[in-house]
Design a protein around this ligand. Structure first.
Ligand code: F6P
Length: 361
């Protein structure tokens, strides 16, 4: 029975990533231990609030999940209440239904753990009167107002390990290896894993590439006796004057465009122009799987507990964020204003160039 206890809801929306369970655990334990709240776990992101799928969480439910990948509450990145698809595929606005379900559930507050899609929806719902606090997560690391997001560090580790492995086989077979990584329109994942994995050419959406330059670098390396090259490319990259490659459109998603395929395009072009054998590896959803890194476990714990503090203090419309070494409150509005992209003058790019890495221009 709810009685006089305050009730807090928690949901994970959008694409999953390592560290979500750690964040749910942090919100739930803080709510129970520090504030004596009752915690409602909403299933499958906003779907749970539209279709009334939820579970009252016990302390045991969140005990022992710190290191687990994924989200035990489930997630959905096709759960836009402002454009929700029915069985026939027709989309309609079900935000009124969602809001009345939240009221029926008697939630005093709701913690939304999500990326820009989920948090944009969360911000719109906050403006409609829901008492919402956000927690940033995404392997894309493209949210404004926070230095980094839950899941990014783990994805960088996965991508770096893949690059390390591809390095050895590239060397053995004297091949060009193209590795396509996720990240949507932001190049953070390619940039960081490319630098950490010693990629020879790193191609990011923020710096459209020149295929002639890419091939020139590959050929020069070959001539110098480096008979292999590692090309790390973001799924959102595009050639100068060319277009991004769209894999599919998912109408009812808060982020309808799905990218993918640029790795194959650049590999075909490199092979055709240089005559060197080229292979492609698309890392895909591997980057979202597995156990969270220690950094992500710590970040999720800090952001999760802080978000619960914000909810307890009635500071809604805010997001817990990492700024330098501190966890601070920022406005949800600022967090979702636009995507945080890589600045071509970023110190990571300067450092990469200084050690001979090319950005394909
Ligand atoms: O936003 C996270 C992300 O993994 C992106 O990097 C990628 O473009 C997208 O989600 C993939 O979405 P889905 O899981 O729907 O294929």
């Amino acid at each position: 029975m709810q009685g006089s206890k305050k009730r807090i809801g928690v949901l994970t929306g959008g694409g999953d990533c390592p560290g979500l369970n750690a964040a749910i655990r942090a919100v739930t334990k803080t709510a129970m231990l520090n504030y004596g709240m009752e915690v409602v776990g909403i299933k499958d992101g906003f779907v749970g609030l539209i279709e009334n799928k939820y579970v009252i969480l016990s302390y045991e439910d969140v005990s022992g999940i710190l290191t687990d990948g994924g989200t035990f509450l489930g997630a959905s990145n096709k759960a836009n209440p402002f454009k929700y698809a029915d069985v026939s595929g027709r989309t309609k606005d079900v935000s009124d239904l969602l809001i009345s379900n939240v009221r029926m559930l008697k939630l005093d507050s709701l913690v939304c753990i999500g990326g820009d899609g989920t948090l944009t929806v969360a911000y719109r719902l906050y403006k409609r009167g829901l008492r919402i606090v956000g927690v940033p997560k995404t392997i894309d690391n493209d949210l404004m107002a926070t230095d980094t997001t839950i899941g990014f560090d783990s994805a960088v580790i996965t991508a770096t390990e893949a690059i390390d492995k591809l390095h050895t086989t590239a060397q053995s077979h004297h091949r060009v290896m193209v590795i396509e990584v996720m990240g949507r329109y932001a190049g953070w994942l390619a940039l960081c894993s490319g630098v950490a994995g010693g990629g020879d050419i790193i191609i990011i959406p923020e710096i459209p590439y020149d295929i002639k330059k890419v091939c020139q670098i590959v050929k020069e390396r070959h001539k110098r006796g480096k008979r292999f090259s590692i090309v790390v490319i973001s799924e959102g990259a595009r050639p100068r004057g060319g277009k991004i490659v769209i894999k599919k459109i998912i109408k009812d998603s808060a982020e309808p465009v799905r990218l993918g395929g640029i790795g194959n395009k650049i590999a075909d072009d490199i092979e055709a122009i240089t005559g060197l054998e080229t292979r492609v590896t698309v890392l895909g959803h591997l980057q979202r799987g597995g156990t969270p890194s220690p950094f992500d476990r710590m970040l999720a714990t800090r952001l999760g507990t802080f978000s619960c503090d914000l909810a307890a203090k009635g500071e809604f419309g805010k997001m817990a964020a990492l700024r330098g070494r501190d966890i601070v409150a920022v406005s949800l509005k600022d967090a979702v204003k636009h995507n945080r992209l890589v600045n071509p003058r970023d110190s990571m790019i300067t450092a990469a160039k200084a050690v001979g890495t090319s950005f394909g221009v």
